[in-house]
Design a protein around this ligand. Structure first.
Ligand code: NAD
Length: 369
C-alpha cells in the first residue's frame, strides 16, 4: 500500500509523519510518499525523508499515487476534489465542519478523524488530542511566564522578597494537568477548577488546590468528557471563579465540551476585576474560547490584562508535536492494514468505527449524521 503525507497549510508548522517514522511504515509492508517541503518547519527536510526511503513528490502526485493520505488539518477545497475514492486521516473537528464531510461522502472519500476516537484505554496510543494537549498545557505556562511582568517563583533576597505567582487553571484535563505540573515546577501557587470531581485527586497529587463547586452534572457516562452544566451550577461556579480570578496573576483556560462551543468561564466584568499585568492563556480558543473577549490566534489586551487566544500551541513545538502525532498515526494505521500491507477496514473494531466519518459514499458517524 502507498501512504502519502501532505504539506500542511500555513500557519501550521507540524507534519503528520517524520522521517523517523518511516521504518514503521515499512513494517506495515507499505511505502511512503511525501509532498516536497512537508517537514520544512518541523526541521525535517526532503533529504531526511528521502534518506529514510520515502519518495518526494508534488502534493498532487502524492494524492494521486497514495491509497491513504495522512495530514493534520483538512486539505483545502481544491485538494479535497483530488481525494475522490481515497482514504484520508487527520484531526478534522468534523462536528464543526459538517458541510465538508457531506461533500467527502458525496465524493466517495473515506475519512478518519482521530479527534473522534472513543477515549478507551486501547485508544490512548493513537489519541492525538492527548499528545497535543500535553504540549499545549506546557507551552501555555511558558508563554504566560514570558508575558508576565513578574517572577513565578518565590525569592527572599537582600533586595527584598518576591511572592510566588498565583496561577489559576480552569479545566484539569490533559492540557490542564500538564499546565499544573509546569506551573508548579516554576514555583507558582496553583488553584484549579473542573466540573468533573474525579480529577480532584490528580490535581492535589500535583501540588495544586482543587476548588470544589457543589452540584456538577454527572459526566461519568460521557467517556471522560465534561457535559453541559445547569444554569444554577454555572452561576455558583461563576461566583467562585470570580473570587479566584481577582487574586490570580495568570489564568490558563482549557475547558472544552466535546463537539460544542467552549463554556464562557471569564466574563468581561471578571477580567476587568483582575490585576493589571495579569495574563490569560485561552487554549479553548478554537471552539470559541473560555473568556468573553478571546480572539482565536490573536493576543489582545483588555483593561490591562493580556489575553492570548492560542488554540495551536502545539505548532510552537513542531518537532516534538509531529513526533508524537506521527506515532499516534502509525498506531492507528496498524488497525487499518493487514499483514500483506493491504487495507482492511474492520468496522467491528470500535476504534475504526469511532474514528470513521465517511465511507462508501455515506456519513458513518452517528453524531455527524
Ligand atoms: P477536554 O479537552 O475535553 O476538556 C478539558 C477539561 O475541561 C476537562 O477536564 C473538562 O472536565 C473541563 N471542563 C469542561 N467544562 C468545564 C467547565 N465549565 N468548568 C471547568 N472545567 C470544565 O478534556 P481532555 O483533556 O481531552 O480529557 C478529558 C478526560 O478524558 C480526562 O479525564 C482524561 O483522562 C480522559 N482521557 C482519556 C483518554 C483515553 O482513555 N484514551 C485519552 C485522553 C483523555
Amino acid at each position: 500500500m502507498k501512504i502519502g503525507v501532505l504539506k500542511e497549510t500555513a500557519p501550521e508548522t507540524r507534519v503528520a509523519l517524520l522521517p523517523e517514522h518511516i521504518p514503521f511504515i515499512q513494517k506495515l509492508n507499505s511505502t511512503l510518499l511525501v509532498e516536497s517541503g512537508a517537514g520544512e518547519y518541523a526541521f525535517s527536510p526532503d533529504t531526511a525523508y528521502a534518506n529514510g526511503g520515502a519518495a518526494i513528490a508534488s502534493g498532487e502526485s502524492v494524492i494521486e499515487e497514495s491509497d491513504i493520505i495522512l495530514c493534520i488539518g483538512m486539505p483545502g477545497p481544491e485538494r479535497q476534489r483530488l481525494l475522490k475514492g481515497k482514504t484520508v486521516i487527520g484531526t478534522f473537528q468534523p462536528l464543526f465542519h459538517k458541510e465538508v464531510f457531506a461533500q467527502l461522502a458525496a465524493d466517495n472519500i473515506t475519512s478518519f478523524s482521530l479527534d473522534m476516537l472513543p477515549r478507551t484505554t486501547r485508544a490512548q496510543a493513537m489519541d492525538v488530542l492527548s499528545s497535543q494537549a500535553n504540549i499545549a498545557g506546557y507551552k501555555a505556562v511558558l508563554t504566560a511566564a514570558n508575558l508576565f511582568p513578574r517572577y513565578f517563583p518565590m525569592f527572599m533576597t537582600a533586595a527584598g522578597s518576591i511572592a510566588p505567582a498565583k496561577v489559576l487553571i480552569l479545566g484539569a484535563g490533559v492540557a490542564g494537568l500538564q499546565a499544573i505540573a509546569t506551573a508548579r515546577r516554576l514555583g507558582a501557587v496553583v488553584e484549579v477548577f473542573d466540573t468533573r470531581p474525579a480529577v480532584k485527586e490528580e490535581v492535589q497529587s500535583l501540588g495544586a488546590k482543587f476548588v470544589e463547586v457543589e452540584g456538577a452534572a454527572d459526566a461519568s457516562k460521557a467517556g471522560g468528557y465534561a457535559v453541559e452544566q445547569t444554569e444554577e451550577f454555572k452561576q455558583r461556579q461563576k461566583e467562585k471563579i470570580a473570587q479566584s480570578a481577582k487574586k490570580a496573576d495568570i489564568v490558563i483556560t482549557t475547558a472544552q465540551i466535546f463537539g460544542r462551543q467552549a463554556p464562557i468561564l471569564l466574563t468581561k466584568e471578571m477580567i476587568s476585576d483582575m490585576k493589571p499585568g495579569s495574563v490569560i492563556i485561552d487554549i479553548a480558543a478554537s471552539t470559541g474560547g473560555n473568556t468573553e473577549v478571546t480572539e482565536d490566534r490573536k493576543t489582545i489586551t483588555y483593561n490591562g490584562v493580556t489575553i492570548v487566544g492560542d488554540s495551536n500551541l502545539p505548532a510552537t513545538m513542531p518537532y516534538d508535536a509531529s513526533k508524537m502525532y506521527g506515532k499516534n498515526m502509525i498506531n492507528f494505521l496498524q488497525l487499518l492494514t493487514d499483514k500483506e500491507g493491504g487495507m482492511h477496514l474492520n468496522f467491528e473494531d470500535e476504534l475504526v468505527a469511532g474514528a470513521c466519518m465517511t465511507h462508501a459514499g455515506e456519513i458513518k458517524n452517528e453524531r455527524l449524521k
